[in-house]
Design a protein around this ligand. Structure first.
Ligand SMILES: CCCCCCCCCC(=O)SCCNC(=O)CCNC(=O)[C@H](O)C(C)(C)COP(=O)(O)OP(=O)(O)OC[C@H]1O[C@@H](n2cnc3c(N)ncnc32)[C@H](O)[C@@H]1OP(=O)(O)O
Length: 177
C-alpha cells in the first residue's frame, strides 16, 4: 500500500492529464480515502513509519533509505528522490534534503540508546541534488556530551558532495514526549 502510494506521488507530480482524467483520478482517490477512513487507528497502531523491517519504514513522507551498513556509530546507505521531491530544474526541493537527513541522523542518534530528538539540524547545499538518481548517504555520530549527541551526514551524487548536515540530538528524559 505504501509503495503504491509512493508511486502515485511520483506519477501525480509528473503528470498533466486531460481534465476528464483528472476528474476520474480525483474520484478514485476520494473513494480510496473513504475506504480507509473506518480503519483509522491511534498512532501506536498505524502502519506508516512503524515497519522497521522495511526500507523506508512504511512511511511515504521521506524517500526510502536502503541501508548498506548500520551500527551505533555510522550509517552507509542509498537514497533516490523520486519525481515527487522535484523542486525545480530537476533538483530536489530544498526542504526534502533536511527531511532525509533528519530521518537518517535521527534514527542513528537513537540506535542502541535512549531515544533522542532533533534540537537543531544545519544543512549546507553544496551542489544541485538530482532527482531520480541513486545517491550515497553517509552519517556518523561525531561525539556525545551527556544527553547531547552531535551527528554529521553527507549526500553524494557519484563523487560529488551535494549536501552535508550537522545536527544536535538531545536524549529525552523519562516521560518527555
Ligand atoms: C519516542 C521518541 C522517538 C524519537 C524518534 C526520533 C525522531 C527523529 C528526530 C526528530 O525528527 S524529532 C522531531 C523534531 N524535534 C523536535 O520536535 C524537538 C523539539 N524540542 C524539544 O523537544 C526539546 O527542545 C529538546 C528535547 C530538543 C531539548 O529539550 P530538553 O528540555 O530536553 O533539554 P535542555 O533544554 O535542558 O537542553 C539540554 C542540552 O542541550 C542543549 N540544547 C538544547 N537545544 C539546543 C539547540 N537548539 N541548540 C544548541 N543547544 C541546545 C542545551 O543548551 C543543553 O546543553 P547543556 O546540557 O550543555 O546545558
Amino acid at each position: 500500500m505504501i509503495e503504491a502510494l509512493r508511486s502515485l506521488q511520483a506519477r501525480v507530480t509528473g503528470a498533466a492529464p486531460p481534465p476528464e482524467t483528472v476528474t476520474d483520478v480525483a474520484e478514485a482517490l476520494e473513494k480510496l480515502a473513504a475506504t480507509l477512513e473506518p480503519f483509522t487507528v491511534g498512532e501506536r497502531d498505524q502502519i506508516a513509519g512503524h515497519r522497521g523491517d522495511l526500507p523506508g519504514r512504511g512511511q511515504a513522507m521521506s524517500p526510502v533509505l536502503h541501508v548498506d551498513e548500520w551500527d551505533g556509530a555510522h550509517v552507509l546507505g542509498r537514497i533516490t528522490f523520486s519525481r515527487f521531491y522535484l523542486g525545480g530544474n530537476w533538483a530536489v526541493h530544498g526542504g526534502a534534503i533536511p527531511l532525509a537527513f533528519d530521518e537518517v541522523l535521527g534514527r542513528l542518534a537513537s540506535t542502541g540508546r535512549t531515544a533522542a530528538r532533533t534540537a537543531y539540524l544545519h544543512v549546507n547545499y553544496r551542489k544541485i541534488t538530482p532527482i531520480e538518481v541513486e545517491l550515497r548517504v553517509e552519517a556518523k555520530v561525531d561525539r556525545v556530551e551527556g544527553r547531547k549527541r552531535f551527528l554529521t551526514g553527507a549526500l553524494y551524487d557519484g563523487e560529488h558532495l551535494t549536501a552535508d548536515a550537522e545536527g544536535l540530538f538531545v536524549e529525552l528524559r523519562p516521560g518527555q514526549p
